[in-house]
Structures are given as C-alpha cells and as structure tokens.
Design a protein around this ligand. Structure first.
Ligand code: ADP
Ligand code: MG
Length: 348
C-alpha cells in the first residue's frame, strides 16, 4: 500500500492558545486527538532558512496496534512582542482556498499559539520539486485561482475580521518602510562595480529616475482589489505529487493586490534565468494568466500591479551587494548589465 493512501487525516483541530510550549507528545496528542502512548513518533529536522522560523520538523506517527503511519510537519515561528506571525494568521483563514484545483494546499491540522511562538501542523506531502520555468502556465492558473477565491474571502462586513485583514495588508505603512521597498538606498552598492567600466557608467542616476513611476504605481496599486499573495515562488515551496501541484510555505504571505503574485513569480524567474529564457517564460506565463484572470478583475491594472511588484523586487535583488558580488565573482557582468537595462525599459 502506498503511504498516501494509508494516511487518513484525522480532523482539523480548533486553533488553541497555550501558555507554554508543552512536550512534543502533548502537542501531537492535541492536534490528533489521541491518547499519549498510542503512537510511536520519530522526528526529523527539515531545512528552513527564514530567520524567524525556529524549526521545521517532520514527525512520523506509527500507531502501535495497527501499524498505520501518519506524516505531519510542525513549523515553529518565533513571535515578536507576542504578535502572531502572518503565516499563522493565514492558516486561520485556510478555508478560503479549500477545494482549489490548480494548486493543492496540504491540510492544516491545527495551530497552537503560545506567547512566544506559533506552531503550525500540516500534512507532510511527498513529491518532487518542479522546474518552475517549465510550469509557468500552471503557476499562472494557480495564482489566478488564489486571487479569485481570496478576493471573495477578504470582502467582509465584520469590523473584527476587517481589522484582522488590515493587519495583514501589504500597504500597512510600516511594511513599506522596509529597506527592500526603497531601492534608492541600495544604489551605493553599484560602487562595488569596477570604476571606469563603461558598461555601468551613469547607471545609478538612470536607475534613480525609476523612483517616481514606481511610487505612482504603488499608490495606484493600493486602490485595486485585495487578495492573498503568497510571494515566494521558489521550487522548494512546491511539490509535484500524484494529487497535483502542492504549494507550501506561506511565511511571506500578505493581503496584497491582484497581480502581485504574478510579479513575484516573474521576478523569481528573472533572477534565475538568462534574458532569452526569461522572455519566453514571461510570454507563456502572462498569456495564460490573463486568460485565467477572473472577470471581476481589470486585466490592465492586474498587469500593471505585476510590473510594479516585479520591478520593486528585481531592483531590490539586483542592487543588493550580495547579488552584485556574485555576478562579479562568476564573471557575469555582461548579464548583470543586461538585467539592469531590461529594468530600465519597463514603463509602469
Ligand atoms: N507539508 C510539507 N510537506 C513536505 N515537506 C515540507 C512541508 N512543509 C515544509 N516542508 C519542507 O521543509 C522545508 C522548510 O519549510 P518551509 O515551510 O518552506 O519553511 P521556510 O519558511 O523556512 O522556508 C521546505 O522547503 C520543505 O522541504
Ligand atoms: Mg520555504
């Protein structure tokens, strides 16, 4: 029997608040509603790189009598000033994406909040990391589906829920104060490029001129329809499985605007691919995205939001000292120049 069919999801527990962390046995007993001692548990650490994540662990539970196994992932996210993480908040709204077709979302089995951390339990999925460029059309449909479903979900008349959504909003003033949204602060890192290299002469001044258009696009985006945005389109956050394309890791989630995730995906492709490959992926992705976009949304403004998000993200990435040093070490300054020139051609 294969592992997938052997696994029965017990049920999703109500999210709870505990004053302390409690033992693993107690945590699992709560999530699964079993009596401690009924299962044997073996645990393995999974690789995590987000700075606020304490750990991500895979627990395999084996029922002592029947031998049935169940695989679960526990993710512990550190709290700052007792404030719950956006990922834990997202899981509270998990019903919004239930029944999705284009992306599968592993069941969330429960969330335990303590003053210091959020513990999120999801079903472990088996599968291979996809080639993200190859599945551009599928990603486009998946994004359009998240946008359609979550846009309905965030429209609420309840002020309490409205407040909860506001706390997750991309346009909360202090989110936008983050360095990554102010590329001008990174312009001095261009000084690390060889002085007198004609390819980069006057580049900082030319890039700086993008700022007014980017600000305008940001203000315009704020007025467009809201939806959940995953924001982290890396191969390690997806699994190709018999049940379909599984999406995990909502640690970057925000309530953003229709089109932002398209920009997030394209900026990940822009980082990883050369210009010819990128142009191909972009064309394939956008044509399917526009087709899949729900009729409630205005396609030109979704595409403008995608360009805004793309440009903002790409400028941040390509002006980071780390990126510039990498391109320099690998002798790829011509490619780096092409990337800057491409960004300069974008008219928002
Ligand atoms: N539900 C899951 N099924 C299988 N593997 C998972 C699951 N959740 C996480 N993982 C593995 O753990 C890694 C880290 O988890 P993730 O939620 O992406 O944390 P981070 O925010 O640190 O990237 C993932 O890249 C993946 O390999
Ligand atoms: Mg991840």
């Amino acid at each position: 029997m294969d592992t997938e069919s052997k696994q029965q999801v017990p049920y999703s527990r109500e999210d709870v608040f505990w004053w302390g962390h409690a033992s693993l046995e107690k945590r699992l007993a709560h999530v699964f509603g079993y009596t401690p001692g009924e299962y044997h548990v073996s645990t393995q650490d999974l690789e995590s790189n987000a700075s606020f994540v304490n750990y991500v662990r895979h627990h395999r539970l084996t029922h002592l009598h029947s031998g049935d196994t169940f695989d679960v992932v526990e993710k512990s996210i550190r709290k700052v000033l007792f404030i719950s993480s956006l990922e834990a908040r997202f899981y509270r709204e998990r019903g919004a994406l239930a029944g999705s077709v284009h992306f599968q979302h592993p069941d969330c089995l429960g969330v335990i909040e303590t003053p210091w951390e959020s513990l999120i339990f999801t079903r472990f999925v088996h599968g291979q990391a996809p080639r993200m460029a190859r599945i551009a059309p599928q990603i486009a449909q998946g994004i359009a589906e998240i946008e359609e479903r979550s846009n309905r979900h965030v429209q609420t008349n309840s002020w309490r829920q409205g407040y909860r959504f506001w706390e997750m909003d991309f346009f909360r003033p202090w989110y936008l104060l983050r360095w990554r949204f102010n590329f001008v602060r990174y312009l001095p890192s261009l000084d690390a490029l060889p002085a007198g290299d004609a390819r980069f002469q006057g580049l900082a001044a030319r890039l700086r001129k993008l700022q007014p258009a980017l600000r305008r696009a940001q203000a315009q985006a704020n007025q467009t329809p809201r939806c959940f945005c995953h924001m982290d389109y890396l191969a390690k956050n997806f699994f190709v499985s018999p049940a379909g394309l599984q999406m995990i890791d909502w640690s970057e989630v925000k309530i953003g605007r229709v089109g932002f995730d398209a920009g997030a995906y394209l900026s990940a492709m822009f980082r990883q691919r050369d210009m010819v490959q990128f142009a191909k992926v972009r064309g394939e992705f956008l044509s399917r995205y526009v087709e899949a976009l729900d009729q409630r949304f205005d396609a030109p403004s979704a595409l403008r939001n995608a360009d805004y998000f793309f440009l903002q993200n790409a400028l941040w990435h390509f002006l980071r000292p780390k990126t510039i040093a990498e391109y320099q070490q690998r002798g790829k300054l011509d490619l780096l120049r092409e990337k800057y020139e491409y960004l300069l051609t974008l008219s928002l």
